[in-house]
Design a protein around this ligand. Structure first.
Ligand code: NAD
Ligand code: DAU
Length: 350
């Protein structure tokens, strides 16, 4: 038996594969197109394992994926592959709909063919990794998102993820494909590409650059440490009910200004500036993101109640580990902050 992970060279997918091999030897097929966000270095510690297979394939390549499913007797697909950065979706939405909507449809076609042919194991699963952003934005005093909330996506990225979730659901209802959908909050941890807030701030701070906060910096996210997320996905995969949707949160709502301040305090301690100043002096309030969602929060009580899962990592513990990881891995950060990344940063923060 084997699992097939898509987007396994990205941030969460690579953490998932690394954690997977900590638990046992079940083989993993990693399918990744290697866009700017995919990085095989993330998997350097497992790439020589005989249970690990990498294929540079897009999720839209139905026939190739269909052949792999049969040849490797795949028992589960975990779909991480996506265009995932909200700001890039605002700058250029089309790629998001190509990969997140059409790509997911084509991947589902491979899964449907495999499932209906009778070749797939009886306990086959298709797990769609989605986001809390599909639910829209919350007022300060509103309760967290629940699985039954209507979708109200506000960015092209969120709309594309909502679209893909609807298709996954439809394949479950129409074709009986055993699908599971998860909606998680903002992940952070090792190997996150530094276009997202937390790694961007760590690297800008160390580089003596401004720490850009959009608008008033009071937007709230629920931060989920990536290995907790991977743990929850494993639980959903093994014990989740086909056709069900599960929210995954970190129990760690923080506003962006607090997040950035927390990082600065840790850096002041671990890598003090020669000037004696605080990194917090580099904070710069910049033009707000168009359509910026004010607050996300997750009600993860369904996961706690039905699958006995809740997050283990506090925000304070997780953010310290994350800063330590970036400080300990300068070669990784240098390699990902090359040409294309610099061009993006120059355009976005001009
Ligand atoms: P990421 O951008 O770091 O990685 C995405 C990966 O998908 C990359 O390796 C990329 O090369 C690959 N990819 C892109 N297009 C592809 C295609 N057509 N075919 C095959 N591979 C392709 O993203 P991430 O942060 O690891 O997010 C993983 C998943 O989790 C995404 O579906 C995202 O929507 C979802 N999610 C992420 C977060 C978060 O905070 N990062 C939160 C909620 C949900
Ligand atoms: O909520 C889950 C989502 O979290 C995922 O679905 C997305 O894939 C992931 O990218 C993330 O989206 P966000 O837009 O919330 O993450 P980002 O790191 O881009 O931004 C976090 C917050 O920080 C958000 O309120 C915008 C703000 N921000 C971000 C950047 C990059 C800034 O203030 N300045 C910045 O430079």
């Amino acid at each position: 038996m084997t699992i097939l992970v898509t987007g396994g060279a990205g941030f969460i997918g690579s953490n998932f594969i690394l954690d997977w091999f900590e638990q046992g030897p079940e083989p993993v097929l990693n399918i990744d197109k290697l866009t700017y966000a995919g990085n095989l270095q993330n998997l350097a510690t497992v790439s020589a394992r005989k249970q690990y297979f990498f294929f540079r394939i897009g999720i839209e390549e139905t026939n190739k994926i269909r052949r792999l499913l049969g040849a490797h007797n795949v028992r589960a697909i975990i779909n991480f592959a996506a265009e995932s950065h909200v700001d890039r979706s605002i700058a250029g939405p089309e790629a998001f709909f190509q990969t997140n909507v059409i790509g997911t449809l084509k991947l589902l076609e491979a899964a449907r063919e495999y499932w209906t042919s009778g070749e797939a194991p009886k306990d086959f699963r298709f797990l769609q990794v989605s986001t809390d952003e599909v639910y829209g934005s919350l007022q300060p005093d509103e309760p967290g998102f629940r699985e039954t909330d209507a979708f109200e996506p506000n960015s092209p990225y969120a709309a594309s993820k909502a679209g893909s979730d609807h298709i996954v659901r439809a394949y479950g209802e129409t074709y009986g494909l055993p699908v599971l959908i998860t909606h998680c909050s903002n992940n952070y941890g090792p190997f996150q590409f530094p276009e997202k807030l937390i790694p961007l701030v760590i690297l800008n701070a160390l580089g003596g650059k401004p720490l850009p906060l959009y608008g008033d910096g009071q937007q709230v996210r629920d931060w989920l440490y990536v290995s907790d997320h991977c743990d929850a996905l494993n639980r959903v995969l093994s014990d989740g009910q086909p056709g069900e949707t599960y929210n995954i949160g970190g129990n760690s709502e923080r506003n962006n200004l607090t997040v950035v301040h927390t990082i600065c305090v840790i850096l002041d301690e671990l890598r003090p500036l020669a000037s004696g100043k605080s990194y917090a002096e580099q904070i710069a309030f910049v033009r707000d993101r168009p359509g910026h969602d004010r607050r996300y929060a997750i009600d993860a009580s369904k996961l706690a109640r039905t699958l006995q899962w809740s997050p283990r990592t506090s925000f304070e513990g997780g953010i310290r580990r994350t800063v330590e990881w970036y400080l300990a891995n300068p070669a990784w950060t240098t390699s990902v902050t090359s040409g294309e990344y610099r061009e993006w940063v120059a355009r976005q923060y001009a």
